[in-house]
Design a protein around this ligand. Structure first.
Ligand SMILES: *Cc1c(COP(=O)(O)O)cnc(C)c1O
Length: 403
């Protein structure tokens, strides 16, 4: 965490608190706790000890030389490629950084019950893990459709002692689970902390989550400087709600020489309408309490997102990314399901690392980014990719589609 103040909750005209009045007090209380408790040296020390001894931080920065040569054999555009290894975090992805931070904060706020929403189950597993560690009861809202599709993660959450509540409203997926969780929070706000899983939702969540994930960028910046003596030319990450991307971006955003690239899911291709490219093809709207880009129809109804990777399958995106897109500080690309699958196969065979399908999307765009960045430099580019998670959870899809 940097400055104690959590800011205004606005990134340009994006963000804010588009929620019912009953939630304002809870959001104020959380904002207050985040600035008065989470920013203290004592809290920071407790959290960084947990990140070191429980999560396994700092995660390594891996030099992916064989993959770089496979992508650009002549070394004209891609000089070096480094991977920030969030796949090596306990539970296999970056989500635990935020879940642990929020649950630790909730214990300081004397909350006795935790709720969360989950789509694929990754954030549900991370939250259930943190709750097991602190001995707190945990209830996870999950669309009925996702409960059926993501059976192994449902089992994991139950083993961890969490109660999984199937949501039967709407399309019975992530957005409906988040609506139900917000509804629960309104009713039980005095005892309950709502642990949101990405850099989205009403203020202060986008800022709180970005700060808990900024450990990724802080480590990566120190590691690349130590290894190469220079900042990278570009940083690239996948964007679902946007938390791993904003986490790594925060380490480099104040250095204009470092270009920032987010990669969304183009699903079957943006023209097909079956995609999750919210920044690339969405419009400005309000979803889950904040103003950002959303996927919606002409009448303003939120549309279903589609992606082969469950973690990118969200029709909204965190408000800071909307601001970074409009201001031009970051660029957003999209990779299709097929491009992501091909990239997963290439990474696994060249580096011996099985990436999550989410992370396979930025892997698919390394060549494009290296070409664009090296053109303005007149030399091959050095890139860092945020390897947000491991692909074991996607084994069934990978086997079905690749073998
Ligand atoms: C959930 C998830 C994502 C997408 O979430 P962000 O908030 O956009 O980071 C990306 N990668 C993995 C491995 C995930 O589990």
């Amino acid at each position: 965490m940097q400055s104690p103040s959590l800011g205004t909750g606005f990134y340009g005209s994006y963000g804010g608190r588009y929620v019912s009045e009953t939630l304002i007090h809870a959001l104020d209380e959380l904002t207050e706790a985040a600035s008065c408790i989470a920013a203290t040296p004592a809290f920071q020390k407790e959290l960084s000890d947990l990140l070191a001894t429980y999560v396994g931080r700092p995660t390594p920065l891996t030099d992916a030389a064989r993959l770089a040569r496979a992508i650009d054999p002549e070394r004209k555009t891609l000089g070096r490629l480094f991977l920030k290894r969030e796949d090596l975090c306990h539970t296999g992805a970056h989500k635990i950084n935020n879940a642990l931070g929020q649950i630790l904060l909730a214990t300081k706020m004397r909350k006795s019950r935790i709720i969360a929403e989950t789509g694929a189950g990754q954030h549900g597993v991370a939250t259930a893990t943190a709750c097991a560690l602190f001995g707190l009861p945990c209830e996870i809202y999950m669309g009925e459709e996702d409960v059926a599709r993501q059976a192994p993660n449902v089992g994991r959450m139950r083993l961890l002692g969490a109660k999984v509540i199937p949501v039967t409203s709407g399309s019975r997926t992530l957005k409906d689970a988040m609506n139900e969780a917000l509804r629960d929070w309104v009713t039980n706000v005095s005892t309950t902390h709502y642990c949101i899983g990405s850099a989205a939702g009403p203020h202060p969540y986008p800022e709180l989550v970005a700060r808990f994930q900024s450990v990724i960028g802080e480590e990566a910046r120190a590691q690349i400087l130590e290894r190469t003596g220079h900042l990278p030319d570009a940083v690239i990450a996948c964007v679902g709600g946007g938390s791993n991307a904003i986490g790594i971006f925060r380490g480099f955003i104040s250095s204009p020489s470092v270009k920032l690239y987010g990669v969304e899911a183009a699903g079957h291709g943006v023209p097909s309408g079956k995609h999750a490219a919210t920044l690339g093809a969405g419009r400005v709207g309000v979803l889950h309490g904040s103003k950002s880009y959303v996927l919606c129809d002409d009448g303003g109804q939120i549309q279903e997102a589609h992606s082969i990777s469950a973690g990118l399958d969200y029709p909204g995106v965190g408000p800071e990314h909307a601001f970074l897109k409009d201001s031009g500080r970051a660029k957003y690309l999209a990779a299709t399901d097929d491009e992501a699958l091909a990239a997963a196969s290439l990474v696994t065979r060249t580096e011996g690392i099985l990436p999550a399908l989410e992370t396979s999307h930025p892997f698919a765009k390394i060549g494009v980014v290296a070409t664009e960045v090296s053109k303005s430099l007149d030399r091959p580019a050095t890139l860092i990719l945020c390897l947000s998670g491991r692909g074991d959870k996607d084994l069934e899809t990978l086997l079905r589609r690749l073998l």
